[in-house]
Design a protein around this ligand. Structure first.
Ligand SMILES: C[S@@+](CC[C@H](N)C(=O)[O-])C[C@H]1O[C@@H](n2cnc3c(N)ncnc32)[C@H](O)[C@@H]1O
Length: 1015
């Protein structure tokens, strides 16, 4: 019998969460900067999940000895002995707790460990800057991804784990030696090949060295596990699996995703390597421009005869991209007029206009929603309207604007000339019939002092108003059933989102790209890699080159289209100048790509990506894949195919010669996409849902056949419906959930500082199930309850909060449920997954309120405090919360002053004991909720009303173990230490015994008429 994999028993989720949050903010060189793709998983999460899906739990009885010896050698001795020593005191728990120094914990610390400074800060309740949170030896840290020691250690651990399971009785020493030989052979082959001068000419010698390297990599990977991601998207999971040395496979149905994957997980690792040219050859290929680029890239030309370029792929891509800019600017640069200083502007700031609906006015109103062009801490620039009759002009001023609110409030326009309102419906009608003519408002420039904002000159206006006659592409957009598209405004084709000038410019870039391909003098595969990056670069330019981006006045940046998963209508937009040197310009797009290539080039291991729909059982031989790690679409959250058509239409024009089959269809394929989008199913939600469920089930069934070990699935959708589908598919594919982990991606580390916990994903580790016949629901309820309670307790101690806590427990419940063929209710009907999840939810909630058997108001108060603290939360959270099996209406909660709405009624916070006094809770009869009684006691304690307090305790708190005191204990544990409430609660608890004693002699004649009757 094989040992369980680490992911089935333990994960350093707090550490992974911290680095994953940081990952979201990393830009330069990150996979997300190569090309837009939606819902990318953070790299630390992917690396950790892949690694933990491949190595056994060292404390498992069946763990091979060789693997345990590997941990002892690699993680417990020498330098590693201190680096990976488990925490003396777990820094992020409230409990005073140490971690045993055992092999499992060593392995967890290798995946991720908080740095010394972060540990100290956490214990002191202070924050640490994101980059210093995780210690330097940790596998998941951004800086570790190319660290030769850490990555080698991870690869060796996986090698030993894989081979010791495959071949019994192999010693660590023997496996380690084999690893050394195979690994060194790759390094030697690399240095031999990359040391050959002019290796771009594929002589016999070069080919032999290339083959030798190929063989060395193949031999290494033949002895490593294989990992498959059937929903590869932008490639984060295949990238990390390949980084760890595995044979890594990824499928994506979407051609755009597939091409991005080639650029992210195949080409840098294959071609992003050093090359040495003889000077003559270099000059013949690159000429003067090449020499300029060498200087720009700080590449020394030490020897007069040879030039060594550290990264051939990144250099060549930049070289050809720059050439394309040059020729394109020569052709269309004049359409982008310079500013009053003769400099190239960063962007031209436009506002669409509408004709006022008042027939006697008809002023042409710029649809500005606000007047600031720039609003940072350091500087402010705004537009000041100057209105004369129906003529609206602007001045630009620095400082604080007198008028902040614009004339356009979500499409409802108040005319500044006559005061009439044009409704959003009228505006849409105008947009669809006559259009909302854009008007040039300002010129955004760049100077040594930062961005500048000036009014356009007449000359600029004249150039920009010049109508170009190009034929726009006719490719239609798809209407999104989730909303967030421009159809109501009459923009129904992709090219409607661009002006004629923008389309013309893009066409010119594309024409020049296709021309320059003829100059490539390299072997075919390498040419394809270069063409791919140049096309991805054109996509980046296209994304900045629309009328649906926006100017971020707080950051002074041009934000491209589709930053989120929709295309909202924009009334004001910056038109980027592709020839400027600033963000949004074509040359700054080059750097995003070269940085990524350079970051991912050190590894010799690339992934193999297929542009295909998953679910094909024949794709891999039975049980030939070691592990599946994947991140399926989130139900109906993202319309991947629909959105990606924006890029597809340009990729068809740039890459059809390279990827003829991938780009064969007129648009991205929609029918086989595994999503639940009703607009792809005649507007029928049930059909869409069935489609998603059937697809997911088929894909999971295929995976179950292809995989011989763990299947790890990441899932971020919070709704019970989405969870039900996921679990149904897992169970339906004859798998069961063995471990489930919540990993936050937007959490501030530092549990003791009462942070908000926002977004997380759950990773479930599954295996083929061994079902044990039938069970009765009644009999398994208690074991579900127990598992869920334990999970809540563990996660809670690890600092997890929020509704995520609840969903994390679903996996636990399913793991019990999945042990049986079926589970029956007393009436003989089968329990559905939805019913099971309801039970899990109720169990989690019960565990959250610590099995407190009190009234629903008190449960609500405590549950809310656990989930949200005393912080402001969105109104939606309140409605969500009451769905958790409580018989109390949210309106009663507000009426009882337990939650207090803010002025806008969009947010609320939990009432402090003082705020409970405001009104509404007067009568503290025995029937009143316990929380009222506790708040009353806190009030009496604060106001030193000793007699009243003693009588009160005589009535409700005679027994130190009763619910009155238990609520106080729970509150003390949960309240922010600095709060007044905490002070009163502590005071009462510290004096509890004395108060109970004295209460026995307290006069009994005080009538309890109201909660705060001493006011
Ligand atoms: C949640 S995303 C994956 C994101 C990825 N983990 C990343 O970090 O970029 C899901 C992906 O599944 C792909 N997909 C949807 N249906 C598919 C199918 N039937 N076969 C293969 N891929 C599919 C989508 O195109 C999308 O890229």
């Amino acid at each position: 019998m094989k040992a369980k994999k680490l992911i089935e028993v333990a994960m350093p989720i707090k550490e992974i969460s911290a680095e994953s949050v940081r990952d979201k903010g990393i830009r330069q060189g990150h996979i997300s900067t190569l090309h837009l793709w939606w819902a990318r998983r953070p790299l630390p999460t992917c690396r950790a999940v892949v690694f933990a899906s491949l190595v056994p739990d060292p404390l498992d009885d069946n763990c091979p000895k060789a693997f345990k010896d590997a941990i002892r050698d690699l993680l417990c001795s020498g330098f590693a002995s201190t680096i990976y020593r488990p925490y003396k005191e777990i820094p992020y728990t409230t409990a005073e707790d140490s971690m045993e120094d055992n092999l499992r914990n060593r392995l967890l610390m290798f995946i991720g460990k908080f740095s010394e400074i972060c540990q100290r800060n956490m214990l002191a309740g202070q924050n640490t800057t994101p980059k210093d949170q995780i210690s330097n030896g940790s596998l998941i840290k951004w800086e570790s991804k190319n660290d030769p020691v850490i990555i080698r250690t991870a690869r060796e651990l996986i090698w030993v784990a894989y081979n010791s399971e495959k071949y019994d009785n192999q010693s660590y020493e023997a496996l380690s030696k084999q690893f050394d030989v195979a690994y060194s052979s790759i390094l030697e082959c690399e240095s031999a090949l990359y040391g050959i001068t002019d290796r771009h000419i594929r002589t016999q010698n070069v080919i032999e060295h290339e083959n030798a390297l190929f063989d060395a990599i193949s031999h290494f990977q033949d002895n490593m596990p294989s990992v498959f991601d059937p929903f590869a998207g932008g490639g984060a999971i295949p990238l990390e699996a390949a980084r760890l040395g595995c044979r890594s496979f990824g499928n994506d149905i979407n051609p755009v995703a597939h091409i991005i994957e080639k650029g992210s997980v195949e080409f840098p690792q294959k071609y992003g390597k050093p090359i040495t040219y003889s000077k003559a050859k270099f000059e013949s290929i690159y000429g003067e421009d090449g020499v300029t680029l060498l200087a720009e890239k700080d590449i020394p030309q030490l020897s007069s005869d040879f030039i060594t370029i550290p990264n051939r792929l990144s250099f060549d891509f930049a070289y050809y991209a720059k050439k394309i800019i040059k020729v394109t600017e020569d052709e269309v640069g004049d359409f982008y007029p310079r500013d009053i200083n003769g400099d190239k502007p960063v962007a031209y700031y436009w506002a669409r206009t509408a004709v006022c609906s008042n027939p006697s006015c008809r002023a042409e109103v710029p649809l500005l929603s606000q007047f600031y062009l720039c609003k940072t801490a350091r500087k402010k620039y705004y537009l000041k309207p100057v209105i004369s009759g129906k003529n609206i002009q602007f001045e630009i001023h620095s400082g604080t604007a007198a008028q902040v609110e614009g004339w356009n409030k979500r499409g409802n326009v108040t005319c500044p000339c006559c005061g009439s309102v044009t409704s959003v419906e009228q505006l849409k009608a105008q947009s669809c019939t006559t259009g909302l003519k854009p008007r040039l408002i300002a010129i955004i420039g760049d100077s040594s002092n930062g961005k500048t904002y000036t009014l356009p000159t007449a000359h600029t206006r004249q150039i920009l108003s010049h109508e170009l006659h190009v034929e726009k592409p006719q490719d239609p957009m798809t209407r999104n059933s989730n909303g967030g598209d421009t159809f109501p405004w009459g923009f129904t084709k992709w090219a409607d989102l661009m002006s004629y000038r923008q389309v013309n410019t893009l066409y010119t870039f594309i024409k020049n790209l296709n021309e320059i391909k003829k100059e490539f003098v390299f072997e075919e595969d390498y040419c394809n890699a270069l063409k791919t990056y140049l096309a991805l670069w054109i996509d980046r330019i296209a994304a900045c080159n629309t009328s649906m981006g926006f100017w971020n006045s707080a950051r002074e940046t041009l934000e491209r289209i589709m930053g989120r998963q929709a295309i909202p209508m924009r009334f004001e937009f910056p038109e980027s100048n592709p020839f400027c040197g600033s963000s949004g310009g074509a040359s700054s797009q080059i750097e995003w790509i070269t940085r990524f290539i350079e970051e991912e080039s050190p590894s010799p291991f690339s992934a193999i990506c297929f542009n295909t729909a998953s679910g094909e059982i024949e794709q891999f031989p039975e049980k030939s894949i070691s592990a599946v790690v994947t991140d399926p679409p989130y139900y109906d959250a993202i319309a991947y195919a629909d959105l990606s058509d924006f890029f597809y239409i340009w990729l068809k024009r740039t890459l059809s010669d390279t990827y003829d089959r991938v780009l064969a269809t007129p648009q991205t394929p929609k029918n086989e996409e595994c999503t639940a989008l009703k607009h792809h199913h005649d507007g029928d939600y049930d059909k869409a849902k069935n489609h998603f469920e059937n697809k997911l089930l088929d894909i999971f069934k295929a995976i179950e056949k292809q995989t011989n070990d763990v299947v790890s699935i990441m899932f971020a959708h919070q709704s019970t419906e989405a969870w039900t589908t996921l679990c149904d598919s897992i169970l339906g594919a004859n798998m069961n959930i063995e471990g489930s982990w919540t990993i936050d991606t937007e959490m501030q580390a530092g549990f003791k500082t009462n942070q908000d916990y926002l977004e997380s994903s759950v990773t479930v580790a599954c295996r083929p199930a061994e079902r044990k016949g039938h069970a009765r629901f009644k009999s398994i309820k208690s074991s579900i309850h127990e598992k869920v309670s334990q999970e809540v307790k563990t996660l809670y101690e690890l600092g997890f909060r929020g509704p995520d806590l609840l969903t994390a427990c679903f996996g636990k419940a399913v793991s019990v449920f999945g042990n049986y063929e079926s589970v029956e209710k007393s009436d003989g009907s089968e329990v559905t997954v939805a019913e099971l999840l309801e039970l899990a939810r109720a169990s989690a909630y019960t565990a959250l309120v610590r099995d407190f058997a009190g009234d629903d108001y008190t449960k609500f108060y405590i549950g809310w405090l656990q989930l949200n603290g005393m912080n402001d939360t969105d109104f939606d959270d309140a409605t969500k919360f009451t769905r958790v099996g409580l018989n109390v209406d949210i309106s009663d909660i507000f009426a009882a002053n337990i939650l207090i709405k803010d002025e806008t009624a969009r947010k609320q916070h939990l009432a402090s004991f003082r705020e409970r006094r405001i009104d509404g809770v007067r009568d503290v009869s025995d029937e009143r909720p316990l929380i009222d009684k506790v708040h009353r006691a806190m009030y009496l304690w604060e106001s030193s009303e000793r007699n009243a307090l003693l009588q009160y305790i005589a009535r409700y708190g005679q027994d130190i173990n009763n619910e009155f005191w238990r609520v106080l204990v729970v509150l003390k544990d949960l309240l922010p230490i600095s709060s007044d409430d905490y002070k009163q609660v502590s005071g009462l608890l510290q004096n509890a015994e004395a108060l109970i004693r004295s209460s026995k002699d307290a006069p009994k004649n005080v009538q309890e008429a109201s909660l705060f009757d001493n006011e």
